[in-house]
Design a protein around this ligand. Structure first.
Ligand code: PRP
Length: 174
């Protein structure tokens, strides 16, 4: 049975916030050599909207991480199942992520990408969810701070379901 859910962030709110983020990023990186590195799979919708809202074109690359625990939990071990394919050395790199939850994925990825010796390395995430944070990672651009809840939609899934919903929902797990 599909768990009941309620809309937390509407399409219009997402669109407005993505435009604001793109304007800030556009100002901050004007005239720079920006590469955006997206974290698959959840980021694919956010990143597609974000890059198209920027005032200039950027290069994009992707990583895929695996953190143990399917479904709604994680055991804390993170590894890379798909690495970046372009050289990041000396470039301005912005990691783009759909959600930061425990922070373990971002802490791991930031450390990993730093070893590629970029000129700068920052993080943009759509949702900064505080409830289960284990490692504090500075988030440079945040779409929506969210206190708690299991979220789906706009790229976020629950067991691969609900990713393609255009809004963000909180799933009622009980
Ligand atoms: C989600 C999300 C982040 C990560 C955040 O990915 O997209 O990459 O978890 O969790 P953390 O802060 O607790 O490390 P997920 O593993 O669900 O994969 P997916 O993006 O392919 O759905």
């Amino acid at each position: 049975m599909v768990a009941p859910k309620r809309c937390l962030i509407s399409r219009a709110e997402i669109a407005r916030r993505v435009t604001e983020l793109a304007e800030r990023i556009g100002r901050d990186y004007a005239g720079r050599d920006l590469v955006m590195v997206g974290v698959l799979k959840g980021v694919f919708i956010f990143m597609a909207d974000l890059v198209r809202a920027l005032p200039f074109s950027v290069e994009v690359d992707f990583v895929r991480l695996c953190s143990y625990g399917a479904g709604t939990t994680t055991s804390g071990e993170v590894r890379i199942t798909k690495d970046v394919e372009m050289s990041l050395q000396g470039r301005d790199v912005l990691i783009v992520e759909d959600i930061v939850d425990t922070g373990l994925s971002m802490a791991f990825l930031k450390h990993h990408l730093a070893s590629h010796q970029p000129r700068s390395l920052k993080i943009c995430c759509l949702i900064d969810k505080k409830e289960r944070r284990e490692i504090e990672v500075p988030l440079d651009y945040v779409g929506f701070p969210v206190e708690k809840g299991f979220l789906v939609g706009y790229g976020l899934d629950c067991g691969e379901q609900s990713r393609t919903l255009p809004e963000i929902y909180v799933v009622d797990k009980d």
